[in-house]
Every structure is written in structure tokens, then in C-alpha cells.
Design a protein around this ligand. Structure first.
Ligand code: ADP
Ligand code: MG
Length: 436
């Protein structure tokens, strides 16, 4: 027969057991879905993961990203990149495996993009000094820019695989991994999540995102692409599974002066910020390639950039030009879901006026009728002249000699025909715009 003491004893044991089961279930649940945000690499880093061990996996991935951010940050005096830069023209510097791998990869992508992405662009970044909060140095002189451009050359980075050293042969050369480090950190996080057998996760370091597996409810991860003209809204979205996506935008770091916008992505050939791209996006399985290629695409524009992406397997790209055109590679045509029409699109004929400015001053203007036939306007510049061609209500700038416009920015913008569109040539401080 059960004594009351025995029964009470049994009840306590059952209660304890129940509490243990509830506790275990809760912590199991807790560890199945986990997300955390940290501020690293000058941006918000967010990881969410689903499945057993999610919490541990996310914590480990974030720790690895934090460690990398310290080693790769060229702004931090104690980073490995700063050590390489400080020793430029003096000696080779031994670096960790990760730093060596990311520099090697950066040089590969620099070769692939013909230097549109160039990790030695540090002298330009320093000279222009375009910081996160729109703070900046004064617009540099053409001579200063020329001097900095001469120090930018990915072909002059010497790697020694055996002893894992990096050497910059000239004083003043500077590595800047700002356009690839976040992608590398994301790729490291993804490896760690895989090692923990995570089947569903999202890793985001600013615009560098990796969609691992499918969403918890099934289906691809919905990734929005910001509207560069209204960065709080999306221009559209894509659904991704086991793909990396990265967007470089002119809205993150920039400043405006005398009506011209200077952003933080430079054309290493001219040394000037790129003016015709508002945002560029690359989708590819490797987060490192997505980051560096998005920057290259920003510099190259659709004309040169899309044919390049076509050569890289399983890779697509999307560009929103500063004129508001949304352009994408054929593989994205059905996959990019637009949120409304791109900005500045108009239908029907409107009264339009072409305005040409040099050095912030209007030098010519003309009402467009739509009946113009290869009309050529000559625009005197500080050195030489530009020819603006007008044909059927559209305008473009004909290619300028290389010594006047080092990278052909003006002509690469192509035709403009809508109010709000413009062609901007920073080296010549030339602006051709259409207004209504
Ligand atoms: P985000 O600011 O979103 O990371 P990017 O990945 O395009 O954008 O990186 C831009 C950064 O890369 C700049 O702040 C600068 O440090 C560096 N950079 C600028 N132009 C180039 C270039 N042509 N090639 C390589 N790096 C560049
Ligand atoms: Mg990039």
C-alpha cells in the first residue's frame, strides 16, 4: 500500500520530470530558430538559421566574421591590410591564410574584369575620402587624380604562395578590400553554417547576402533590391536558393556639390567616381565573386558588364542606371519581379529642353522637337571640346579623345531622351540634361 509520503515523493518526481521535458523542448525550439544582428565591417550583419544547433552555428559564424573584419579592414591601423600598405615599397609582409586567400581571389577578379574591380584602388579611396556619413575631402585636382591613378595597378601586387607574403612594390600603393571583404566574410559564415549541418539560413552583410537552402516554410528566400532613387523602398525582388546576391549602390556613400553627385565607387582608369550607374546587382553561387563582380559591373555598366557576366557560369546581373533604366541579363528577365514602373518613365511626347552645363554654368540650351537629324552641338571644354549629337529628340555625347576623357564615360552613358535623364562627365565637369 502506498503511504502518503511515498505518493508525495512520486508527485515531486513527476513534476520535476515534466519541468525537465518542458525546459528541454523550449531550449530545443530556441536552438532551432535563431537570428542575431551585429554591426561589423561598417554595416549591419544579420544571420538567421533554422534547424538543430542553429544558435551555436550563428554565434560561431558571427565570431568568424568579426575576426575577419579586423584583419581585412584597411582603415584599422592594426589590420593585416594596413601592415601590407605600411610596408609598400619596403618589404613583403607575411599574412594569415584568410587574408592571403582573399587577396588572391581579388587579383583573379581584377584580371577577369580587366581592372574595373581593382583591390589596389586605395590611393583613390584615400584621395577622395568619401566616408560613410557623406563626409569627404575637397574634390581633388586632375593632377592629384592622375598621380593616384598611377599607383593603382592590380598587376603590381606580388604574392608568394610558399611563405604566404604580399608585397606592394611602390610607396603610396594601398590595398583596399572594401569591395570584396564583406563577400568573403559571408562565404566564411556559409561554410560554418554548412559545417553545422544547417539546411536553411540567410546571411546578410549590408547588401551582400547568401540564401542557404529554402525558407523554413519552403520556397526561395525573397530578396529585395532597393530603389536607388528612394532607398527606403524596393525596386523589385527575387527569390533565391543557394545563391549569393550583392548590390553596390550610389546611395550608400556619396556627397553632392554644385549639382554633381560623387559616390564611393571609382573607375580605376579615370580615377573619378562612376556617374552612370545608380546600382548594380550580381547573383552567383559564390558570395566573394558576387561582391567583387557587383562593383565591377557598377564601373563597366551594362554595355561592357553584361557580356563579361555571360562568361562566368551561373551568374546574372541587374543594373539601374542613373537615368532610371532597369536593365538585366537574359537569365533574370522572368525572375526579377518589379515593384511598379521604374522612376522617370513617361509616355507620349512632352515639351523637352536640352540643357548643357560646363563647370556648373549653363552654356547652351535647346527645345527638343523630335525632328532633329544628327544635329551636332560643339561644347568648348577647359581642354578641347565635346560634341553633343541630337537626333529624333534624343541626345548623346560623341566619344572624346582619351586625354580629355580617360575612360569614355560620356559616350558610355549612351542616348538620353526623357526629362530627368542626364549625361555627366566629371573629369570635364560637363552635364548634358533633359528637363521638361
Ligand atoms: P559597398 O559599399 O556596398 O560594400 P562595394 O562592394 O561596391 O560597395 O565596395 C565599395 C568600396 O570598394 C569603396 O568604398 C572602396 O573602398 C572600394 N572601391 C571603390 N571603387 C573600387 C573599384 N573600382 N574596385 C575595387 N574596389 C573599389
Ligand atoms: Mg562589392
Amino acid at each position: 500500500m502506498d503511504s502518503p509520503i511515498k505518493r508525495r515523493y512520486l508527485a515531486v518526481i513527476i513534476l520535476l520530470l515534466l519541468a525537465t521535458i518542458i525546459n528541454a523542448t523550449l531550449s530545443y525550439r530556441h536552438s532551432r530558430d535563431y537570428h542575431e544582428t551585429r554591426f561589423l565591417m561598417d554595416t549591419e550583419v544579420y544571420i538567421e538559421a533554422h534547424g538543430p544547433g542553429a544558435r551555436k552555428a550563428v554565434k560561431e559564424a558571427l565570431a568568424a566574421m568579426e575576426d575577419l573584419s579586423q584583419r581585412l579592414d584597411s582603415y584599422s591601423a592594426t589590420s593585416e591590410i594596413a601592415a601590407i600598405n605600411d610596408a609598400a615599397g619596403i618589404k613583403a609582409v607575411h599574412v594569415s591564410q584568410d587574408t592571403f586567400v582573399v587577396i588572391k581571389k581579388a587579383l583573379e577578379i581584377a584580371r577577369l574584369t580587366g581592372g574595373a574591380f581593382d583591390p589596389t584602388c586605395g590611393p583613390l579611396v584615400n584621395l577622395w575620402g568619401i566616408g560613410p556619413e557623406g563626409n569627404h575631402k575637397p574634390v581633388p585636382s586632375p593632377e592629384e587624380i592622375k598621380k593616384a591613378v598611377q599607383l593603382v595597378n592590380y598587376q603590381r601586387v606580388f604574392l608568394n604562395e610558399e611563405v604566404q607574403t604580399v608585397f606592394l612594390p611602390e610607396k603610396g600603393m594601398r590595398l583596399d578590400l572594401g569591395a570584396i571583404a564583406k563577400g568573403y566574410a559571408v562565404s566564411k559564415a556559409v561554410v560554418i553554417l554548412h559545417n553545422h549541418n544547417i539546411q536553411s539560413a540567410l546571411v546578410a552583410a549590408g547588401g551582400n547576402i547568401y540564401a542557404l537552402g529554402t525558407r523554413p516554410g519552403g520556397g526561395g528566400w525573397r530578396i529585395g533590391i532597393r530603389d536607388p532613387f528612394h532607398p527606403d523602398t524596393e525596386a523589385g525582388y527575387l527569390e533565391l536558393v543557394n545563391q549569393a546576391i550583392d548590390t553596390s549602390g550610389d546611395y550608400e556613400r556619396y556627397y553632392e556639390e554644385q549639382g554633381l553627385k560623387y559616390n564611393h565607387i571609382f573607375d580605376p582608369r579615370s580615377g573619378y567616381p562612376v556617374t552612370f550607374t545608380a546600382s548594380s546587382t550580381v547573383i552567383t553561387p559564390d558570395p566573394v565573386a558576387a561582391d567583387a563582380l557587383a562593383t565591377a559591373l557598377f564601373v563597366l555598366g551594362a554595355g561592357e558588364g553584361f557580356p563579361l557576366l555571360a562568361k562566368v557560369p551561373d551568374t546574372e546581373g541587374l543594373i539601374i542606371t542613373t537615368n532610371g533604366d532597369v536593365l538585366c541579363t537574359p537569365g533574370l528577365q522572368d525572375k526579377f519581379i518589379k515593384n511598379g514602373a521604374p522612376p522617370q518613365q513617361t509616355t507620349g511626347w512632352q515639351t523637352k529642353k536640352l540643357v548643357i552645363e560646363v563647370n556648373g554654368r549653363e552654356v547652351q540650351s535647346l527645345v527638343l522637337t523630335g525632328n532633329e537629324k544628327q544635329l551636332h552641338l560643339r561644347v568648348p571644354l577647359k581642354k578641347g571640346e565635346a560634341i553633343v549629337e541630337i537626333d529624333g529628340g534624343r541626345a548623346r555625347v560623341l566619344p572624346l579623345p582619351r586625354d580629355i576623357c580617360p575612360d569614355g564615360i560620356c559616350s558610355r552613358t549612351g542616348w538620353i531622351s526623357l526629362p530627368g535623364q542626364s549625361i555627366i562627365c566629371l573629369p570635364n565637369r560637363l552635364v548634358v540634361r533633359i528637363i521638361s
